[in-house]
Design a protein around this ligand. Structure first.
Ligand code: IPD
Ligand code: CA
Ligand code: CA
Length: 266
C-alpha cells in the first residue's frame, strides 16, 4: 500500500526536478562561465547551479514550509516536520559547463533520516528516474531493473574522481589495477546518472570515493529499488568514504576487491 506522505514527496520532487531541468536546459547562457570555485580550482560552480538550487528550494518551501534542506550550493535548514530534502541542483557541473549532455538534477527526500524518495532528472537524455522506498525503480515511469550479472571480467564499471589532486592520484591507482580485470571503465561525470545507469541495466556496477549526500542520496535509492546492491566498505552503507552499487553477483566480487585495493582511502 502506498504511503500518502511518500506520494506527496514524490510528486513535489518530480515537479521541482522538471522545473529545474528546464531552467538549466533552456536557460544555459552561451557564454556560461565559472562563478566560483570550492574545494579546488577545478571544483566549479556556475550561476546556473545557484539558480537551480534557488528554484528547487523555493518551490519545495512554498509547498512544505516546515521541511529541512541540505543543498550542495548552501541550502541548510533544520526543519520541524521530520522531512529533509537533499539536493544536488546540477550533478555533473563540469559536463554542463562544457556543453556535454551528462548532467542531472538530483533530489531526495528523507523521513526521520531515511531516504524515502529519489528523483534524478537528466534533461539532455529526456529521462527522469525515480524511486519510492519499497516501491521499485522507474525511468520515465517505466519499471527498471539491474542487468543480469556477467563475471567481473565482462563487467562494465562506472566510477568518478574527486576534485583534489591527492585523492585523484589514489583513485587512479585503484583504476590502474581494476581496468585489466573488467570489460571496461566508464567516467561519465555525474554520480547520480551513474547510479541510475546501474538501476537501468546500462552499467554492471559503479563505485566512487568521496561522494557527498547530495550526490548519492537519490541515486542509491533508485539503484537499490531496481534490485542492485548498494553499500560502502563491507558491512557499511554507501557514504563519503566509499559508494558501491552493482548487480548483486558483481557487487559480491567488486566490493571485497575495492576493499583490498584500498578504494576507501586516499
Ligand atoms: C560530481 C559528479 C562527478 C563525481 C564527483 C562529484 P558535481 O558532482 O557527480 O561525477 O565524480 O565526485 O562531485 O560537482 O558535478 O555536482
Ligand atoms: Ca554532485
Ligand atoms: Ca553539483
Amino acid at each position: 500500500m502506498s504511503d500518502p506522505l511518500h506520494d506527496e514527496l514524490l510528486q513535489l520532487a518530480l515537479e521541482a526536478a522538471d522545473r529545474a531541468g528546464r531552467l538549466l536546459r533552456d536557460g544555459r547562457p552561451a557564454d556560461l562561465g565559472v562563478a566560483a570555485t570550492k574545494t579546488s580550482p577545478i571544483d566549479v560552480v556556475t550561476e546556473m547551479d545557484i539558480a537551480s538550487e534557488k528554484l528547487i528550494t523555493g518551490f519545495l518551501t512554498e509547498h512544505r514550509p516546515h521541511d529541512g534542506f541540505l543543498g550542495e550550493e548552501g541550502a541548510s535548514v533544520v526543519g520541524t516536520s521530520g522531512v529533509r530534502w537533499v539536493i544536488d541542483p546540477v550533478d555533473g557541473t563540469v559536463n554542463y559547463l562544457y556543453g556535454l549532455p551528462s548532467w542531472a538534477v538530483s533530489i531526495a527526500a528523507e523521513k526521520d533520516g531515511e531516504t524515502v524518495v529519489g528523483v534524478v532528472a537528466a534533461p539532455m537524455r529526456g529521462e527522469t528516474c525515480h524511486a519510492v522506498l519499497g516501491g521499485g525503480a522507474f525511468n520515465n515511469r517505466e519499471r527498471v531493473s539491474h542487468r543480469p550479472a556477467p563475471p567481473l571480467s565482462q563487467a562494465l564499471i562506472g566510477t568518478g574522481f574527486g576534485y583534489l589532486a591527492e585523492r585523484r592520484a589514489a583513485q587512479a591507482e585503484v583504476v590502474r589495477t581494476l581496468v585489466p580485470q573488467v570489460r571496461d571503465i566508464r567516467r561519465g561525470g555525474s554520480a547520480a546518472i551513474d547510479l541510475c545507469d546501474v538501476a537501468c541495466g546500462r552499467l554492471d556496477g559503479y563505485y566512487e570515493r568521496g561522494l557527498n549526500p547530495w550526490d548519492l542520496a537519490a541515486g542509491v535509492l533508485i539503484a537499490r529499488e531496481a534490485g542492485a546492491l548498494t553499500g560502502g566498505r563491507p558491512g557499511e552503507p554507501a557514504s563519503h568514504e566509499l559508494t558501491v552499487a552493482a548487480s548483486p553477483e558483481v557487487f559480491g566480487v567488486l566490493q571485497p576487491l575495492l576493499e583490498d585495493l584500498g578504494a576507501w582511502h586516499d
